[in-house]
Design a protein. Structure first.
Ligand SMILES: [Zn+2]
Length: 128
């Protein structure tokens, strides 16, 4: 998290901003991660998975952006997206469901830092 001056209008945005609050342009943060998903259970507990981009598919398929090698996870299980409104999680018609803080996600739900996601049996905490 760094203080982020806008290249377009020079507005100083609060740390952690991805879009300028004054002019709406995307801030240049190539070296800054959007955040991490931390595995909260299982043999890979405490592993940090870096969120690789603003659209991120989580699943068992090796084509997923974040691969979760668990039988309870569908090949393309859920999609995590980031926009100026923040993070959202969307279930991709997974077999075992996607849960946000224990509640099933039926279509799409907002996610904030500290929230717990469960995909099948895998629990992940968003740290952004
Ligand atoms: Zn700006």
């Amino acid at each position: 998290m760094i203080t982020t001056g806008c290249a377009a209008c020079t507005h100083e945005n609060r740390p952690g901003s991805f879009f300028c609050s004054q002019c709406g342009s995307r801030l240049h943060l190539e070296n800054e991660s959007l955040g991490d998903l931390v595995r909260m259970n299982g043999p890979q507990q405490d592993t940090r998975l870096e969120i690789p981009g603003p659209v991120c598919v989580l699943g068992r398929a090796n084509t997923a952006n974040i691969v979760l090698e668990e039988d309870s996870v569908s090949k393309e299980h859920a999609r995590l997206t980031y926009s100026e409104d923040g993070f959202r999680i969307e279930d991709m018609q997974s077999s075992n469901g996607t849960f946000l803080n224990g509640k099933r996600v039926h279509e799409v739900a907002e996610v904030v830092s500290g929230d717990l996601l469960r995909l099948g049996s895998v629990i992940l905490k968003l740290e952004a």
